[in-house]
Design a protein around this ligand. Structure first.
Ligand code: GLU
Length: 331
């Protein structure tokens, strides 16, 4: 007699993961967002941990409350429940919408100012483009330090930024050395922030907070132990680790996921309609979409209808594909 051994997780022995899903409410979610959400949720649920829903609405122009409502509805439709956060701010580490965390980010910016490594920068985009190397063909824009003071990192530089009353953008000096991190899916990386991005913005001239600062402060204060997101953000992990070091905060574990592309190889964007949740919900039941996502995650070989809770015992990080993209057809 043969029997199948199911790979199950013993949630009593694994360290509970505190995970989060951190969507920007700038449009309807697409298949890639749901893939990230499901994997993060499964990693948490398979260890008996906690899942946080944080609304990354830093961009006032693009963020809309109705998008937040749709995000919550799409997560619930798939059966992904959160223990903390969301638009009703459930939990003790709120507020869970970044637009309401201004005072918190100010406090941490002040701490960074104390290091003398921040400075006010009045460069326009045109100024920055004018200093780019002629063959920066991958589209990355690397700030060359035009406004950086000569005494960066000294108490005098700290005093200067603290007493600058009319700041333009605030930038943070980055060292010319490799920052190493090991991603759970994509392995060990050495990234030199000086050649990858240059001194980066913490707060824009119009007062808007930069993603890099907000994400580090929030993940640390919310006790997040595992960050799961698309691999478009893989390299910015180095900037975030640098911020964790400067602020003396513990860094979480990072797990980046392949990007989902349509069959013509284009990355999904919220403005593409074919694989967004409005369209997907017309063609799928929650179970059939979960089956498709489970297949993409390497949990099952062929799509079949399943509920998210059916996958908790089957989830294994080792089966998550390590390719940079997964191509998927709209039907
Ligand atoms: N807010 C980002 C997005 O929607 C995700 C950032 C992160 O997970 O660190 O793409």
């Amino acid at each position: 007699m043969t029997h199948t051994v199911m790979h199950t997780h013993d949630t009593s022995s694994a360290t509970p993961v505190i995970g989060r899903f951190a969507p920007s409410p700038s449009g309807r979610m697409h298949l890639g967002n749901m893939f990230t959400a499901l994997i993060s949720w499964l990693s948490v649920r398979s260890t008996g941990g906690r899942w946080i829903l944080r609304i990354e609405d830093l961009d006032p122009q693009r963020s809309k409350a109705e998008h937040t409502r749709m995000i919550e509805d799409d997560l619930q439709w798939l059966g992904l429940d959160w223990d903390e956060g969301g638009s009703d701010d459930k939990g003790e580490n709120g507020p869970y919408s970044q637009s309401r965390r201004h005072d918190i980010y100010s406090r941490y910016l002040h701490m960074l100012d104390d290091t003398g490594l921040t400075y006010s920068c009045s460069c326009t985009r045109a100024d920055i483009m004018a200093t780019q190397a002629p063959h920066q063909s991958d589209g990355r824009v690397i700030y060359q330090g035009t406004c950086r003071p000569h005494n960066i990192g000294t108490p005098e530089a700290a005093k200067r930024i603290h007493t600058t009353t009319l700041r333009a953008a605030t930038r943070l000096y980055v060292p010319d050395r490799d920052i190493q991190f090991t991603d759970r899916v994509f392995g060990t990386h050495n990234v030199n922030p000086a050649s990858n991005c240059g001194d980066f913005v913490l707060q824009r001239a119009d007062g808007a907070w930069a993603y890099q600062l907000a994400v580090v402060v929030d993940d640390a204060l919310m006790g997040v132990t595992e960050v799961v997101r698309g691999c478009d953000l893989l390299l910015s992990t180095a900037q975030q680790i640098y911020l964790y070091e400067l602020l003396n905060l513990p860094a979480p574990q990072f797990a980046h996921l392949p990007l989902i592309c349509n069959t013509s190889g284009q990355r999904l964007a919220k403005r593409d309609l074919t694989l967004n949740m409005e369209q997907l919900r017309r063609r799928h039941t929650p179970e059939s979409l979960t089956g498709l996502l489970a297949c993409m995650a390497g949990i099952i070989d062929r799509p079949k209808p399943l509920r998210a809770t059916d996958l908790i015992g089957l989830f294994d990080w080792n089966s998550v594909p390590r390719t940079p993209v997964i191509q998927i057809s709209a039907d």
